[in-house]
Design a protein around this ligand. Sequence first.
Ligand SMILES: [Zn+2]
Length: 155
Amino acid sequence: MKKLFDEFKTFAFKGNVLDMAVGVIIGGAFGAIVSSLINDVLMPLIGKLITVDFSQWFVALDGNKYASVEAATEAGAAVLNFGSFVSAIIYFLLVALCIFFVVKAVNTARKKAEDLKKKEEVAPAKAPRLCPFCFSEIHDDATRCPHCTSELPKE
Ligand SMILES: [Zn+2]
């Protein structure tokens, strides 16, 4: 029984489960940003461009004509509401597009940071010049060693 408990502890508090929990929470918060961007910013703009109200694209399956989905539903008719489906598809495409641009921006920023790091790594401190007599560090242009006062051969 103790073994089972230990196993459960390992499962619940180490590694994947915690990472996943963080992922889910961050994902949820991020989802709120994306849906706000779409509902509050993009949808009004798209509404200006496209004046079609998709939610009113429907076919009432009882063969009668109704003014709106609400009227048809109230009359008890089965409604094939394909306009909502079209909206859902457009919404999905917008989400995908938003995520694409966010990921692209993050990747670009990350690449820039990595390039900068690489540049710093590519140019490491040059090995210091050593006196051939006492092997102390000396200036690149020195003609005489400040440590052992030997005259240095020209390089
Ligand atoms: Zn020296």
